[in-house]
Structures are given as structure tokens and as C-alpha cells.
Design a protein around this ligand. Structure first.
Ligand SMILES: C[S@@+](CC[C@H](N)C(=O)[O-])C[C@H]1O[C@@H](n2cnc3c(N)ncnc32)[C@H](O)[C@@H]1O
Length: 290
């Protein structure tokens, strides 16, 4: 499935003021398939963009789809975690977007190992050229480490039966594939809520741990805000309550860096949720640089 950019109308509306800037600089830490970038570029053709994605597939796509803009240096692309952005770019920024989490192609491609609906390797690395996989965690963490992980990052209340089953089963055969794990969780925990696969929260916890997602957000937001020009904006889309909590509280006590434009979080409209069910859990927060 092609990736549909979420909360696009809301993002455009809050970045519209940069239309009057002569050459505003846009920073996109989560380029994906460039869905937001493409629409913002249409709205603000004079903008220049500095973008990151840690997924080699996203970078390959960007070079294929946006080669004209790359050649004319309107678009500068880095294949790296946006946590390392200062290694590559130290210039000013007028407006920035972090659309956190995974893209539809990552979820839909079985070989990436993000989805319990497709049989694939238990991988879940956004940057699949290096680092720890979900299988490494499942097969090597201690009983306590696994339970802590599922409780803290998956918000699973009682993961202990599943954890014991992991420890028991992996002795005979290590977990290698997504469905080996999701099938076992289904058998042990059973279905409690219609339409909500019992493995959902376990997979979420593994994904967040594999990609170190929460720590990255906590570390980068203040760094990024410091780079944004006075009056500039940072928009952050999250899909996970723990992540949203981090974003919500990030500038508390350091208001000189930036302040939320609105006290309340922005949700997708009912129409967007119907058109793109993957937008359902998304939340947008907008910060203005002092
Ligand atoms: C939700 S998608 C972004 C979709 C994009 N806004 C679009 O409209 O096409 C998230 C993308 O960000 C990337 N990503 C997530 N966390 C990242 C990080 N810390 N550093 C670099 N890329 C990251 C993922 O690989 C994925 O391609």
C-alpha cells in the first residue's frame, strides 16, 4: 500500500505562513515516501528542504521520485537517524516535521517483519542494514527483561504467561518469524477485543525497543528546536500514547526554547479516519520557537 500522509490539511494550514518567506528552510526528519514534503513543496515552491530517513528503501525512493529537486539542490537527503542530524546539517530551519513511527510500505512488506499479519523474519529494524532485531531481543532477553519491556513499552498489564512461553519455546527452537511469535501469543493470551490482535501491544513494544524510538524523540526535540529560527514551527505527529506524553512535556521548564501553539492535541477528522484507517491513532502537536 502506498503511504497516505496523515493530518496533511492540518499540517498545511499551520505551515501556510511560510508561503510569504523568500526561501524558507524545511526540515523533515521522517521523509518516508515524501507525502508531506510533496504537498508542502506544491504550497511553498520556493522552499528548500533538508530531509532524513533511516530506512534505505525510503532513500532509494526519494532518489527515484525527486531527482530533479535533488539535482537543483532544493532537496538535500540524508540516510541516517534524525538523532544524528547535527552531524550533517548545522544551518537554520524555519519549519520542521517529525511524522514518527513506521510507514505503510514498512508495515506491508512481509520481509521487514513489522506485521503479525504477514509471515516474515522477526526483524522490525527501520534501518535494516545494522543493529539489533526483534528476534535478537525475543531470543536473548532474560525473563525479567522481557516482562519489563512488554509492560513499559507495550503497556501490557499481564505479559507473564507469554514471557514464560517464550522462555520455554525458544530453548527448543529460537523464534525466527513473525507468525511464530504472534501465533504463540494468540494461543496463550487469546482474543479479548474484537478487531484487536492479541499480539498488537507485544509487537509495538518490540518495535519501539528495536528502533530506540522513545529515547530518540526525547533527545532530539530540544536539539531541533534550538536550530529553528525565532517564530518558526515544529510539528510532531505521534501514534503512541507514551510518545505523545514525551512530546507534550518536552519543553516544560525550558519554555525559552518553544511553546505549544495549542494546549490541546490535534486529532484527524472523522472523514480522514474513514478514508485512511491508519490515521486513527495519530496526534499532532505544534510548537512555536521563541
Ligand atoms: C510515518 S512515516 C513518514 C511518512 C511521510 N511523512 C510521508 O508522508 O511519506 C515514518 C518514516 O520515518 C522514518 N523514521 C522513523 N523514525 C526515524 C528516525 N529516528 N530517524 C530517521 N527516520 C526515521 C521511517 O523509516 C519511516 O520511513
Amino acid at each position: 500500500m502506498i503511504h497516505i500522509p496523515v493530518l496533511l490539511n492540518e499540517i498545511k494550514a499551520h505551515f501556510e505562513l511560510f508561503r510569504s518567506y523568500p526561501n524558507p528552510i524545511y526540515f523533515d526528519g521522517t521523509f518516508g515516501r515524501g507525502g508531506h514534503y510533496r504537498e508542502l513543496k506544491k504550497m511553498i515552491p520556493q522552499m528548500k528542504a533538508v530531509v532524513f530517513d533511516q530506512d534505505p528503501e525510503a532513500i532509494k525512493y526519494a532518489h527515484q521520485e525527486f531527482s530533479n529537486e535533488i539535482t537543483s539542490e532544493e532537496l538535500v537527503i540524508f540516510h541516517d537517524n534524525f538523532a544524528n542530524f547535527e552531524k550533517h546539517y548545522q544551518g537554520p530551519i524555519d519549519f520542521a516535521l517529525l511524522d514518527l513511527g513506521v510507514s505503510s510500505p514498512q508495515l506491508d512488506e512481509a520481509y521487514r517483519g513489522f506485521s503479525f499479519y504477514h509471515q516474515g523474519p522477526l526483524d522490525m529494524r527501520m534501518n535494516n542494514s545494522s543493529g539489533t532485531t526483534a528476534a535478537d531481543i525475543v531470543n536473548n532477553y532474560s525473563e525479567k527483561e522481557l516482562a519489563d519491556l512488554f509492560i513499559s513499552l507495550g503497556e501490557v498489564r499481564n505479559p507473564f504467561r507469554v514471557v514464560r512461553a517464550i522462555i520455554h519455546d525458544r530453548d527448543k527452537t529460537p523464534f525466527v518469524n513473525t507468525k511464530d511469535l504472534s501465533g504463540m501469543i494468540e494461543r496463550v493470551d487469546g482474543w479479548r477485543r474484537k478487531g484487536f490482535h492479541p499480539a498488537t501491544q507485544y509487537f509495538m513494544a518490540l518495535r519501539l525497543a528495536v528502533n530506540n524510538e522513545l529515547q530518540v524523540v526525547e533527545q532530539v526535540l530540544p536539539q531541533l528546536m534550538k536550530r529553528i529560527n525565532s517564530g518558526g514551527r515544529l510539528d510532531v505527529i505521534t501514534f503512541h500514547s507514551l510518545e505523545d506524553r514525551i512530546v507534550k512535556n518536552i519543553f516544560r521548564g525550558s519554555e525559552e526554547l518553544g511553546e505549544p501553539l495549542f494546549r490541546k492535541v490535534i486529532h484527524p477528522t472523522r472523514e480522514e479516519e474513514v478514508e485512511n484507517p491508519r490515521s486513527r491513532s495519530s496526534k499532532l502537536r505544534i510548537f512555536v520557537r521563541k
